[in-house]
Design a binder for this molecule. Sequence first.
Ligand SMILES: Nc1ncnc2c1ncn2[C@@H]1O[C@H](COP(=O)(O)OP(=O)(O)OP(=O)(O)O)[C@@H](O)[C@H]1O
Ligand SMILES: [Mg+2]
Length: 150
Amino acid sequence: MHLILRSTERTLALGKKIGRLLKEGSILCLFGEFGSGKTTLVKGIAEGLGIKKNKVISPSFILLREYKGRKTLYHFDLYRLKSIKEILDIGYAEYLYDKGIVCIEWADRLKGYLPKTFLELELSIKDKHTRLLKLKAHGPYYRQFIKRLK
Ligand SMILES: Nc1ncnc2c1ncn2[C@@H]1O[C@H](COP(=O)(O)OP(=O)(O)OP(=O)(O)O)[C@@H](O)[C@H]1O
Ligand SMILES: [Mg+2]
């Protein structure tokens, strides 16, 4: 599914809707260039989970931040990941089986370590205020999820 997001607020609102609909244990992998809106979308998702969106920041030097809401949000930012070992050491594989919600920015860094099933969210910049979001399901639950978002 393709969506055009014409403002930061629209992206936040979509994230909020996603956050409200997600079932426990969901995994979202975010792709897209600098400033394409990955963190903005995660802020919206956090809000949908009952977490204050301002708490969510781009972790930059920190690979993982954890936020407590209706469900726990595990927010990975892999931009600075040097080797897969770095996240394996902090328990990456276990988080994938946790009841919380996992959001992974710069998921392309995972290469062969992408989860088996996940929702793919690929953002790209159209112009100053417009982003294109491509959603792709990896697994049956996420196919149904995309249908519910429409
Ligand atoms: N339609 C839009 N959706 C999302 N963000 C938008 C939109 N229009 C403008 N923006 C702006 O683009 C920027 C997106 O920044 P954000 O930190 O969310 O991107 P990012 O993909 O996480 O970047 P990084 O790769 O540095 O982590 C924000 O300043 C936001 O206000
Ligand atoms: Mg970011």
